[in-house]
Design a protein around this ligand. Sequence first.
Ligand SMILES: *Cc1c(COP(=O)(O)O)cnc(C)c1O
Length: 400
Amino acid sequence: MTDATPAKTWKKRTRAVHSGTRRSQYGEVSEALFLTQGFVYDSAEAAEARFIETGPDEYIYARYGNPTVRMFEDRIAALEGAEDAFATASGMAAVNGALVSMLGAGDHVVAARALFGSCLYILEEVLTRYGVEVSFVDGTDLAQWEAAIRPDTKAVFFESISNPTLEVIDIAAVSRLAHAAGALVIVDNVFATPVFQDTLGLGADVVVYSATKHIDGQGRCLGGVILGSKQFIRKTVEPYLKHTGGAMSPFNAWVMLKSLETVELRCRAQAEGAQRIAEALEGQPGLSRVIFPGLASHPQRALAAQQMETGGTVIALDLDGGQEAAFRFLNALEIVTISNNLGDAKSIITHPATTTHQRLTEEQRQALGITRGLVRLSVGLEDPDDLIADLTAALAAAGA
Ligand SMILES: *Cc1c(COP(=O)(O)O)cnc(C)c1O
């Protein structure tokens, strides 16, 4: 196997196409799918040696590592500017792996309150059951972070842009507060994508993705990845994940690896569409709010512009007529499909209060700004003019 190590000068798009490529003796152009659980040793002595010390391009068992998975890990690490990466079966395996691998009873964690439901479950229900203390803060309020972070705080956790109300967290400022207490900064960066934000450069220590979203980007496979220093990935994350079974399948890694070649182009086209759609919808009758980090009206527009190259690919819309209007709007759409994924080539719309955030109480939803009229729109790769026409017609139908 030969290895394409990225040149330091390579830009993101070049890394996304070439980094991590390993070629077999056949010299294939497209990366090979090594759909194998195990690996054969030349001799008993060779097996023994590999179990004592596994070389950088040697494998034992696919739960520990696999050449196709390794190609995906190296390519996404190069794209993110991270030293190393560990690929997981899903985004939640990545969130769980990053947190559980480093925390123990008696540790303290501070997290933003506005979180993806399953992330909230890990922090609220899982970690606390094993003796980890978790404090929740309003992620946009630096004074709350400052008050909550203590000398025994081991980690802070937040989504750089929250789901579904698109609050932007000040990564540099929160990282400074966390690092002063010696805490690790773990960021779920799904909404900002690996393309639009230099999350590690802003001060985060560990970045987590659900690869199910923009990285696959075509609604096919579940996957996740944890990115960080070689030390954290190989000494903290890998031992936990390789023994607890959170590894990504070689097939999914192959799909994700090929998807990385186009992730930058897709995300840019989707973000461009989202910007145009947000501008076209803002102020239209029937909508009380259009929330999008790329709009001047976003409460944290300046911070968003400082941290991110674009406003992202997701828009939240609040309909005047509450749930009835929101349902009429969803049901009247012809191009945009009703589903709960995001980052897909197909535009997708969700009503969080009755689906992804149904588990929360009405008060919790109110506190997070998830009203009955709120819908989350993930902008796909369709022509933005067609999407604007579809959304505008459905808004008119919802108001009728
Ligand atoms: C989807 C998502 C996850 C979970 O990812 P899965 O691949 O579905 O396990 C975690 N965090 C955020 C912000 C997400 O959008």
